[in-house]
Design a protein around this ligand. Sequence first.
Ligand code: C5P
Length: 420
Amino acid sequence: MFPWSLQPRRPWQGRRVVLGVTGGIAAYKSIQLARDLTLLGSQVDVVMTEAARRFVGPLSFEGVTGRRVARSLWSADGSALHLSLGRDAHLFVVAPATADFLARAAHGRADDLLTTVLLATRAPVLLAPAMNHRMWDHPQTGANVQHCRDRLGYHILGPHEGRLGAGEGSGMGRMVEPSHIVEWCGRLLSGRTGSLSGRSVLVTAGPTREPLDPVRFLGNRSSGRMGFSVAREAWLRGADVTLVSGPSSLPDPVGIRVIRVETARDMLGAVEAHVASAQIVVYAAAVADYRPMKPASRKTRKSHTGDRLTVELGVNPDIAAETASLTPAGGIRVGFALETDDLLERAGEKLRAKGFDLIVANPAGEDDAGFDVDTNRVTILDRHGGTQDLPLLLKDEVAGRILDRVESLLEGGMASGAAL
Ligand code: C5P
C-alpha cells in the first residue's frame, strides 16, 4: 500500500528534499523514491556519489525529478551547490546509505559533494542504510551508526532483514522499502517538532469478530480505514501511536505499534493495557455489541441443528465507556457514531453517555461515506454543543480535521465548531 497516493493534491508543494544516493545495489530502488517524493509535490535534488553512478545512471533520476543530478564538488556548479542545497533543504535523505558513507558521515568528512552538503545542512537527516549483513554487523559500522544517531541526531531507518544482493542469501542489511521511507519523509517534513510530538495516541479500529464456532463469527463491514487514517495522521504529526485493531486487511502503518485482536473482549484488554499512558484516545472501532454466549467448540452442522438454529447473544463490554476513567486527567477522548437515522441526536447522546470530548457522526448507508470506502462525510460534535459539518473528504483528510480539533482542545482552545 502507498497511502500517499490517495492524496488528490500535492501536499509537499514548496518543500525541498535533498536525496543522496550512494553506491549500493539498492540504488535502483531510489529511483522510485525520487519519483514518489516528486509526485507528492516536493522539489527533489538528487546528489549521487561516484560509486552510486556505477549502479544507476543520473538520467533515470533526472527523468523522474525533472531536475539535474548534482554529482561533483569540482565543478563551477558544485562549489556553490553544497551551500545552497544544504541551506535550502527541508529534509536530507540518504538512501541507500552504504557502510562507507556512514563512516564518512560519522567522522564529519567533506570529501565529496554529498558529505559536504550534509555538513552544510541544518535540515532533519534521514539515513536508510543498506549493505551486506557482515558489514552491518561489524562493530565499526555499529559505532558509526550510533554516533550518527546519538551525537548528530540523524534518523536511522532500518536496515531490514531480508534477501540481500544476488548470491548473498538473506540477512540484516536490506534497505527499507521506498514506500516506508516516503512515510518517514512525511513525518520529518511536518517539522522536527510535529504538532503532536511528545504525545501518546491510542486508536481503536476495525470490526471485532465474535465466534459462533471455530470457523464462523459475527462481525460487521468495517474495514478499519478510518481508524488507520487517524493513527497514521497522528504519527505523521510526531505522536507516539498505538493502534488496537480488529481483523482488517490493511497492512500495519509505518512507525506505529499495532496490536491485532479478534473479539471485543480482546480489544478491551488491549485498550486497558495502554490507555493510562495516552493523552489522546480515538475510539474508531466498530465493536460488535453482542457476542454468542456459548460458541460451539466444533463446527455446527445442519445435520445436528435441523432447519433452525437459535443462538443466544450476550452484550459485549463497551470499551469506550469502561475505559473512560482510566484516561489521564486532561486527556482528550474522541468517539465515532455511525447511524442510519437521527444521526446528530444519537451522536450527541453517545458523546454525553461515554464522556467523549468530541464525537464524529457519520451516516450509514451512503455510497461514498461510512464503511469500506476511502471517503467520508462527517459532522464533528463537541462537548459544548458545537457542531462542525465537513464536506465529503478522503478519510486521511477527515483524520486531519479530527486531529486539528483535538490539538485545539489540548491547547485549551474553544472546542466549538462554531468558533473555528
Ligand atoms: O456502537 P456505538 O454507536 O455505541 O459506538 C459509539 C462509540 O463507542 C464508538 O466510538 C465506538 O468505537 C465505541 N464503542 C466501544 N465499545 C463498544 C461499542 C462502541 O468502544 N462495545
